[in-house]
Design a binder for this molecule. Structure first.
Ligand code: NAD
Length: 432
């Protein structure tokens, strides 16, 4: 089929490339000219394992192209995917500015029937709004289908081909069938429902996962106070199939472009619907506290941090991505600078993006070793493989005092003890 994808961020680009990989002819459109120029030259503007190779081969095969002109992308399109951002506004609600602008683009340039497929995460009722917004400005017929995205950054391509389900929300069976047909080559289970339920599935899923993370982080805090080890506790809990093993890793909380904004949006949606979602508010509160945890632990250990040099290892909000949106490293670096510490930061991929959001006072190193050299202590913030696989002796050799605050429980307690490292992690006994 011929497909237009509007927005080439983490979701749009991965979706466009993957749809071309399964045989569709895809034209991606973005308003960011420099991004489009890079993509036209075969360069991916984001870091996502496996994406560049797949992008190159589909451009070469003539199935994938990029433009800044909506009109070009929409000509004869069977489906138009909306994959623009829905960021958080100051008041916590979802900002639908980009969605409205795409709806305007569609109304202006639609020349024949197409199914409008909403991939962006949008509040319940937004697809109805998109439908009426477009219909106000065009006589051309179209249908709107909600098709929320569940990919995880860092494994987005893998997830697109191996997802647990494809949710298709539509009040028109024919339109739902078109989206089902588009997705058939992925071979994934399809769950069809009405539009509002599909919109809700996305928010409820993210809110539930965030709840799991904050829950285990609360358990971790208790474990520290009571002398238990959260890793064993989570393992023991996870063996119960009703609980499941996944998303039970204690740490410095969730970040990224989805969980923080989607939990916040759901609290607002709930409020507007006359319901106080107290559980989710607590989940968010726990997460905010958790993101500052390493600074709190360092202050407890050292008293004042003024004049100290602290190395931050890992900056992106999670491993295998260059995305810095809502990364704990931002909160930590700001707190450290505020406390008078000198920060030296390292990340294998995200340094250029980090420079846009970390305080100016932060210095950057070209390797973990260079970041640790001469620092007084280190914060482990992102569990990149190369950080997890660091020889524990490195901390002793490079730091002036081998004190490690680990926000991702990357290292074995016995290894750190043997290496003579003072080690504080999350929900596990400290090694003083
Ligand atoms: P992003 O901010 O990375 O990318 C959005 C892109 O849309 C940008 O390149 C921007 O230039 C472009 N854009 C904005 N207005 C446009 C217009 N009128 N025409 C063409 N292009 C336009 O966003 P993202 O992280 O890919 O997220 C997109 C949506 O998917 C959001 O609603 C998000 O909540 C949802 N989502 C994201 C993830 C994730 O892991 N990032 C996962 C699931 C769902």
């Amino acid at each position: 089929m011929k497909i237009a994808v509007v927005g080439t961020g983490y979701v749009g680009l991965v979706t466009g490339v993957s749809l071309s990989e399964i045989g569709h002819t895809v034209m991606c459109v973005d308003v960011d000219e420099s991004k489009v120029a890079r993509m036209q030259a075969g360069v991916s503007p984001i870091y996502e394992p496996g994406l560049s190779e797949m992008m190159e081969s589909n451009i070469e095969a003539g199935r994938l192209s990029f433009t800044t002109e909506h009109r070009d992308a929409f000509v004869d399109a069977d489906a138009i995917y909306i994959a623009v951002g829905t960021p958080q506004k100051e008041d916590g609600t979802a900002d639908l500015r980009f969605i409205e602008s795409v709806a305007g683009n569609i109304a202006e340039h639609l020349t024949g029937y197409a199914v409008v497929v909403t991939k962006s995460t949008v509040p319940v009722g937004t697809n109805d709004y998109i439908q009426s917004y477009i219909a106000k400005y065009t006589d051309v017929s179209f249908d709107v289908v909600s098709n929320p995205e569940f990919l995880r950054e860092g494994s987005a391509v893998y997830d697109t081909f191996n997802g647990d389900r494809v949710v298709i929300g539509s009040d028109r069976a024919e339109a739902a069938s078109v989206v089902e047909k588009i997705n058939r080559p992925f071979g994934l289970p399809v769950f069809k429902t009405d539009i509002r339920s599909a919109e809700m599935i996305k928010y409820a899923s993210n809110a539930f996962l965030a709840t799991k993370i904050s829950f285990v982080n609360e358990v971790a805090t208790l474990c520290e106070k009571l002398g238990a080890n959260v890793e064993d506790v989570a393992k023991g809990m996870g063996q119960d199939k009703r609980i499941g093993k996944k998303f039970l890793n204690a740490g410095i909380g969730y970040g990224g472009s989805c969980f923080p904004k989607d939990t916040s949006a759901l609290v607002q949606i709930s409020g507007e619907a006359g319901h106080d979602f107290t559980l989710l508010k607590a989940v968010m509160e726990v997460n905010e506290r958790q993101q500052r945890l390493l600074v709190e632990k360092a202050k407890e250990r050292f008293g004042s941090l003024r004049g100290m040099t602290i190395a931050i290892l890992g900056l992106s909000f999670k491993a295998n991505t260059d995305d810095m949106r809502e990364a704990a490293s931002v909160v930590l670096a700001e707190e450290l600078v505020l406390a008078g510490a000198h920060v030296v930061a390292y990340d294998p991929i995200a340094i250029e993006n980090a420079k846009q959001v970390l305080p100016e006072a932060v210095d950057y190193a070209g390797s973990t070793e260079a970041a640790l050299d001469g620092a007084d202590a280190t914060f482990v913030v992102t569990d990149w493989d190369e950080i997890k696989e660091l020889d524990t002796g490195t901390f002793k050799e490079r730091l002036t005092k081998p004190v490690v605050f680990d926000g991702r429980n990357c290292f074995d307690l016995d290894d750190m003890r043997e290496a003579g490292v003072e080690y504080y992690s999350v929900g596990r006994p400290g090694i003083g």
